[in-house]
Design a protein around this ligand. Structure first.
Ligand code: G6Q
Length: 549
């Protein structure tokens, strides 16, 4: 039996929740002129305004009590010190160590991992320098102009989102990402590339992921069509992995393998050798700035008191909405075009981590865990899905993310972007009352019958919560802090819900079934073990491939 929902803090929060049936966000702002100062905080380069949330000081007290009761401070220590908190896989969770390679020793199974981290960083440094300087040559003697990272999930989304976020810092070879086993992605990526100047990075922690291996084999076949000689593969293929045996089996020399370790979870791996594509794109110095930004957030997370701890506050606000307001989704709305892919990465970080329905001990939970994370760059979303945020029937807490200065200033563009994000937060919070809407329609000269007909459609209920995160501008350093913030926010929620944030067994079943179905598609023979829907669809695929069809 799990006790979270019976706990004193949970019960007190349930009671306290009733207060918000009588108090709107507008009223909370009217009652307290210091609300912005009271409910905002700084962590490293990031500033968080969380005043536009359904909370008061008492809410924060109760939520931090809930976190205390869940043992959050001890769990934070356990993570940073390398205890095997990923209990179902018996692994430590040490992506934080990757960002602080000069820290005090951190031991996993008795071995200090910090020298290992620095050694790989140094190897990456030397390789990145060779490729970016043009010293590293392809098989015809030409330098590398294009890098293709082949990986999926955690071996793709983190690096892809960083490269997309920092276009102004990408001064090296062009970096492309191929993740989907849909052959179209590889085909169209390679269409304009020259094999003699292309470097493939095969990024796979396990080196057994079917999609990645098939893409890697097809990439090698494409390369060999031009190169002809297998000895040239060495100059054009490197591997990022924990699995040397499989890397060798694929035909990549272990000297061209950049190692990481089982204590780096896939979705937390962009800080490890998996970040090689990032380092090739932005250079090693800036890659280290990315690590340093994350490390500042780690330090804050480790040392700030819970109520002034940014990942803790954001995590707990998420718990508050999911468990006490019934929120089922969470929108991430960056006002920076480069952060469009960031949303996809945080979607994985959050949903793969908190999509669990049993506790650490394997008991079913009797409360909601996780939310659907979605979103995209503003202002685009304003002309698409924001309608539902403003006037729909579901509560969707949102995070606005704003770099205060643009790295690509262009006339008044940034000013207009900022005006829009501020307007959205204000509109969600304030809404527009029937009285206000009526005054506007009167001022426009509408007749009374027209006003009566139109008025209900013109009302905005408001009272919709949001956080606003700001940074001076989006740089490798501030991006590092931002990524680490969301990682830790996710961990905080996992601790409160008493689930394993770091495993992902939910992805297994589909993989198992695909392994059964693929040979059936190849042989044209159904196994007879499928439900009627699956069998019917397999037959349709087979029929469509039949030349006599
Ligand atoms: C992330 C997941 C998952 C993983 C991919 C790729 O936390 O474990 O997204 O990263 O399945 O795995 P490989 O890197 O082993 O190919």
């Amino acid at each position: 039996m799990n006790t979270l929902t019976q706990s004193a803090a949970w019960q007190a929060l349930l009671n306290h929740r009733q207060d918000f049936n009588r108090t709107s966000l507008r009223q909370l702002f009217a009652q307290d002129t210091q609300r912005f100062q009271r409910f905002s905080l700084q962590a490293g380069p990031l500033f968080l305004d969380y005043s536009r949330n359904h909370l008061m000081s008492e809410t924060l007290d109760l939520l931090t009590q809930l976190a205390q009761q869940a043992g959050l401070p001890d769990m934070i220590d356990a993570m940073f010190s390398g205890e095997p908190i990923n209990s179902t896989e018996h692994r430590a969770v040490l992506h934080t160590a990757l960002r602080d390679p000069y820290s005090a020793p951190i031991r996993v199974h008795g071995q200090d991992v910090t020298p290992l981290i620095e050694a790989v960083l140094e190897r990456m440094e030397s390789f990145v320098h060779q490729v970016r300087s043009g010293e590293w040559r392809g098989f015809t003697g030409l330098p590398i102009t294009d890098v293709v990272n082949i990986g999926i999930g955690g071996s793709d989304l983190g690096p892809a989102s960083v490269i997309a976020a920092l276009p102004g810092d990408c001064t090296g070879p062009r970096v492309h990402f191929v993740s989907n086993v849909d052959g179209a992605q590889l085909t169209y990526t390679l269409r304009h590339l020259n094999p003699a100047q292309t470097l493939f990075i095969i990024a796979s922690k396990t080196f057994t992921t079917q999609e990645t291996l098939l893409n890697a084999h097809s990439a090698r076949a494409w390369f060999m069509q031009t190169a002809g000689d297998a000895s040239f593969v060495a100059q054009h293929f490197v591997a990022l992995s924990t699995n040397e045996t499989e890397v060798k089996r694929f035909g990549i020399d272990p000297r061209h393998m950049f190692e990481f370790w089982d204590w780096v979870g896939g979705r937390y791996s962009l800080w490890s050798a998996i970040g090689l594509s990032i380092a090739l794109g932005i250079g090693m110095e800036k890659f280290r700035e990315l690590l340093a930004g994350a490390s500042i957030m780690d330090e804050h997370f480790r040392s700030a008191p819970l109520a002034q701890n940014m990942p803790v506050v954001m995590g707990l606000i998420g718990v508050w909405y999911i468990n006490f307001f019934g929120a089922q989704t969470h929108a991430i709305l960056p006002y920076d075009q480069g952060l469009e892919r960031f949303v996809a990465h945080i979607q994985q970080v959050s949903m793969e981590s908190t999509g669990k329905s049993v506790t650490l001990k394997g008991e079913s939970v009797d409360y909601a865990t996780g939310a659907v994370v979605w979103g995209g760059a503003g202002t685009n979303g304003q002309h698409a899905y924001y309608q539902l945020l403003h006037q729909g029937t579901t509560l969707i807490p949102a995070d606005f993310i704003i770099p205060l200065q643009s790295r690509a200033p262009l006339g008044t563009h940034h000013q207009l972007l900022m005006a829009n994000v501020l307007a959205q937060g204000e509109a969600l919070m304030r809404g527009k009352t029937a009285d206000e809407a009526r005054q506007e329609l009167l001022a426009q000269g509408l007749t009374e019958p027209d006003i009566t007909a139109l008025l209900p459609h013109k009302v905005f209920p408001g009272n919709r919560p949001s956080n606003t995160l700001t940074m001076s501008s989006l740089t490798p350093y501030t991006l590092g802090a931002l990524l680490a913030l969301y990682e830790h926010r996710t961990f905080v929620q996992g601790v409160v819900w008493n689930i394993n944030t770091f495993d992902q067994w939910g992805v297994e079943l589909g993989k198992q079934l695909a392994r059964l179905i693929e040979p059936e598609l190849a042989s044209g023979k159904l196994s007879g073990t499928h439900d009627a829907s699956t069998a019917g669809l397999i037959s349709r695929i087979l029929d469509s491939q039949d030349p006599h069809h």
